[in-house]
Design a binder for this molecule. Structure first.
Ligand code: HEM
Length: 90
């Protein structure tokens, strides 16, 4: 769509530079999110989300690390943090 077409494109190397609790990006389903403002708000053990900062995190997002998907509320929240798309490599 129009909005996504104008978003910057990032590589996984660029995402990986943002791998800390105070600078946390993730790539999920081909999109890039800056989740820094959300880090303190995430429910559950903080580390479960934090270990994914800077990484391709689609599977972690889809499974919460134990096999259950996030809610549709969580999916709506996620969209607030969209900053770009992931460069396609293949
Ligand atoms: C990608 C790494 C992530 C992992 C491994 C992870 C894991 C978890 C875990 C273990 C819980 C608590 C237990 C449970 O609800 O079943 C949880 C809950 C939750 N997480 Fe995450 N999370 C991640 C990323 C995110 C992101 C990026 C968001 C939103 C911006 C988010 C939003 C939520 C919300 C709203 C809940 C409450 C339950 C729900 O709505 O599904 N999480 N997550």
């Amino acid at each position: 769509n129009e909005t996504e077409a104008t978003l910057p494109v990032f590589t996984l190397e660029q995402v990986a530079e943002h791998h800390s609790p105070d600078d946390c990006w993730m790539a999920i389903h081909g999109k890039v999110y800056d989740l820094t403002p959300y880090v303190p708000n995430h429910p559950g053990p903080a580390g479960m989300m934090l270990v994914w900062c800077g990484q391709e995190s689609t599977e972690a997002w889809e499974t919460k690390s134990y096999g259950e998907p996030h809610s549709s509320l969580a999916a709506r929240l996620l969209q607030r943090y969209l900053i770009g798309t992931l460069e396609e490599t293949d």
